[in-house]
Design a protein around this ligand. Structure first.
Ligand code: SF4
Length: 378
């Protein structure tokens, strides 16, 4: 999430609103946060303001002043401001990679999780619901519902999904889940009753071996529950993507994993092999989990080609093109959210930069020593 900061005009509860960088009529200011270089007499009637200039007067709404980098905000963005002076962008109008994080709680504790679980905060869910309200009647191409584990919210998750579908019937909706709660058939049936063809369940599966998967996700019995969840989702006609995060524990079994998903889960609409973001738990456990994509490029290539030959739809996410073997580069996608996407200086000399995932700016270390600008076509 993009965050910029300044100083709060006074102590106030967090305020969420839609960014306007030019004045709105008085009747249209209720949910609007006005962004300006300078607060003046006309900066009234808004829900709040953000200014790069000096502190306003008593008649101005609650505001953040001396705010740096306000130029990164766009008309239509949805932001939250709080009394610490922080401006967080909850929804970027120009991005197709926006997500609703509806809980930080999780029933796994993945060794490489970039977003370590926390206790559920009802406020986070309320913020997501309110943000969704502000998006009503806007054209939204892509929605991601994530956590933590979003299905832990049970009926609230189903109602939120239902709202996303009703209010944005043409949007593609991805649900990032560990799939364990779908081992409950009744829950799966209830979710499937609201899910349309635009909804995809992106289920994490990190090994073909039960004990290895359970070890990676830090919870015994997870492999079995996720596998049952995948079958239940399939039985109720849900679209499924399997996501496999490659790390030091599982890279040597990539071909076995490919065989496993081909043999046991050939019904998914997509399979993604993903590089790690070295952030959160992955950063804390760096010695244990980190491996350069260059060091598993043979294994990755074998797995991808195995699935390609069998006609399964596959992608490689978060891995720079020059760290993939040439024969599988066609499957590598530009997958990293723009706000945390980074390229090395050398990338400017690369003919494929615009198609390359590059790196996570959030990672504590990057395999940039291994990169090699590519000349010519893919
Ligand atoms: S040189 Fe940079 S842009 Fe080119 S493939 Fe490597 S990481 Fe990507």
């Amino acid at each position: 999430m993009i965050c910029i900061s300044g100083k709060a005009s006074r102590s106030f509860h967090p305020i969420i609103g839609v960014v306007a960088k030019s004045h709105r009529p008085l009747f249209a200011r209720k949910n609007t946060i006005f962004v300006t270089d300078k607060l003046d007499k006309s900066s009234i009637g808004y829900k709040a303001c953000i200014s790069s200039g000096r502190k306003g007067y008593f008649f101005h709404p609650d505001h953040i002043y001396n705010c740096k980098d306000i130029e990164i905000l766009h008309d239509g963005d949805i932001v939250r401001i709080d009394a610490t002076g922080c401006v967080s962008v909850l929804w970027e109008v120009k991005s197709h990679q926006n997500a609703f994080m509806i809980t930080e709680a999780c029933n796994c504790k993945c060794i490489m999780c970039p977003q370590p679980p926390r206790q559920h905060s009802p406020q986070l869910f309320q913020e997501a619901q309110y943000t969704l309200s502000l998006l009503k009647n806007k054209y939204i191409k892509q929605i991601c519902i994530t956590g933590g584990e979003p299905t832990l919210l049970g009926n609230n998750f189903i109602e939120f999904l239902h709202r996303c579908i009703n209010e944005h019937p043409t949007a593609n909706i991805d649900i990032l889940t560990n799939g364990k709660n779908f081992s409950d058939r009744e829950f799966t049936r209830n979710v499937a009753q609201v899910a349309t063809n635009n909804v995809c369940f992106c289920v994490s599966l990190h090994s073909d071996i039960d004990t290895l998967h359970d070890n990676i996700v830090g919870a015994n019995g997870s492999f079995s529950k996720t596998s049952i969840g995948l079958y239940n989702l399939a039985e109720y006609g849900c679209k499924i993507e399997i996501r496999h995060v490659i790390n030091k524990y599982n890279y040597h079994r990539l071909i076995n994993f490919a065989e496993h998903i081909y043999n046991y889960f050939p019904f998914c609409i997509h399979y993604a092999f993903m590089g790690m973001e070295l952030y959160g738990n992955a950063a804390s456990n760096k010695e244990e989990v980190d491996i350069s994509p260059l060091d598993y490029s043979d294994e990755l290539s074998d797995a991808i080609l195995y699935l390609k030959r069998r006609g399964l739809p596959i992608s490689i996410y978060n891995i720079p093109l020059c760290l993939c073997k040439k024969e599988v580069r066609e499957f590598a996608r530009q997958s990293i959210s723009s706000w945390k996407n980074l390229y090395a200086k050398e990338c400017d000399n690369c003919d494929l930069k615009k198609d390359c995932a590059g790196f996570f700016s959030t990672s504590v270390s990057l395999p940039i020593n291994h990169i090699k600008p590519i000349k010519g076509a893919l």
